[in-house]
Write a protein that binds this ligand. Structure first.
Ligand code: NAP
Length: 281
């Protein structure tokens, strides 16, 4: 059996077309969705990420602003700027690109963003909303993974899902979203003694570790859905995920490629959260 590839590029295009329509309706009512992106410092990868986010906004008809600050920006100045964006009616979503320079406390910055504009879904309040099943903004990467799983048409009710990784931005919210969709959820991490024991029982595996070949074919139950969040480099410097895709493809029913799976969905779900913020606001 060769697994069906879940095409994150195609699904992103479809969702972005829907987001664009919703933005057009809002703009006609004088409420064009607006995203503010703040970048502090010179991290080259972050520069690429924010550029992509701003371009994605333009493509779906959003208003966006990109503010770049030198690495010596004070924490107080950043918090002041966030406070003024919180009260700016043209801005519905605020994103501060991580990582921040060492002298700025990222938790303080995340908590300074109004919950109604927390389109990254990283604040304690947003996490609490997810935890308790209240409407709110879901972190973009796990939210995108859920859309990828939904696109297979497989109902998660009663399925066993195993999440590898427990970060606040990916693993933990992923597990909560799967739970909300009525899956039975196991979370594995670096202290899990026998990872394969768990993954072999899984109908769905989400790998969010950051180490290539974490999930190999012998660790996968035949017919499982495999979502690969990892972003790593192979020996030739090519982008790869956490999953041994070529071999796991022969066992799984559905699998996301890297690149072209989870990656494009993350920005798409940022756009989704922003249009939702504008609709609510
Ligand atoms: P992270 O904060 O470093 O978390 C990694 C998790 O993996 C931790 O919970 C860690 O366990 C666990 N882990 C490490 N080694 C393990 C092992 N041998 N067995 C089982 N679990 C193990 O990383 P993250 O931010 O969640 O990101 C994970 C990966 O996804 C990275 O490659 C990142 O680049 C990628 N990513 C991709 C996107 C995208 O848009 N495609 C977005 C976000 C992240 P402990 O908690 O015990 O340390």
């Amino acid at each position: 059996m060769s697994a069906q590839l879940i095409d994150g590029v195609l699904l992103s295009q479809q969702l972005r077309a829907e987001i664009k329509q919703r933005a057009t309706v809002l703009t006609a009512k004088g409420k064009q969705p607006g995203l503010a992106v703040i970048l502090v410092g010179e991290d080259p990868a972050s520069h690429v990420y924010v550029r992509n986010k701003v371009k994605a906004c333009a493509d779906v008809g959003f208003h966006s602003i990109l503010e770049k600050y030198d690495a010596d920006l004070t924490e107080a100045a950043l918090l002041d700027r966030i406070a003024s964006l919180n009260s700016d009616p043209a801005i519905h979503g605020i994103l501060v690109q991580m990582p921040l320079p060492k002298h700025i406390n990222p938790n303080k910055v995340i908590e300074a963003i109004s919950t109604t504009k927390d389109v990254d879904g990283y604040s304690v309040l947003s996490a609490g909303e997810l935890m308790t099943g209240l409407p709110g903004f879901r972190p973009c990467t796990p939210y995108g993974c859920m859309k990828l799983i939904e696109s297979t048409g497989v109902d998660l009710r009663g399925k066993h899902a195993v999440v590898i990784g427990r970060s606040n931005t990916v693993g933990k919210p992923m597990a909560l979203l799967l739970l909300q969709a009525n899956a039975t959820v196991t979370i594995c991490h670096s202290a899990t003694p026998d990872l394969a024991y768990h993954t072999r029982q899984a109908d769905v595996v989400v790998a969010a570790v950051g180490r290539r070949n974490t999930l190999t074919a012998d660790m996968v139950k035949p017919g499982a859905i495999v979502i690969d969040v990892g972003m790593n480099r192979d020996d030739d410097g090519k982008l790869c995920g956490d999953v041994d895709t070529a071999a796991v493809r022969e066992v799984a029913s559905h699998i996301t490629p890297v690149p072209g799976g989870v990656g494009p969905m993350t920005i798409t779900m940022l756009l989704m959260n922003t249009v939702e913020a504008a609709e609510r606001g």
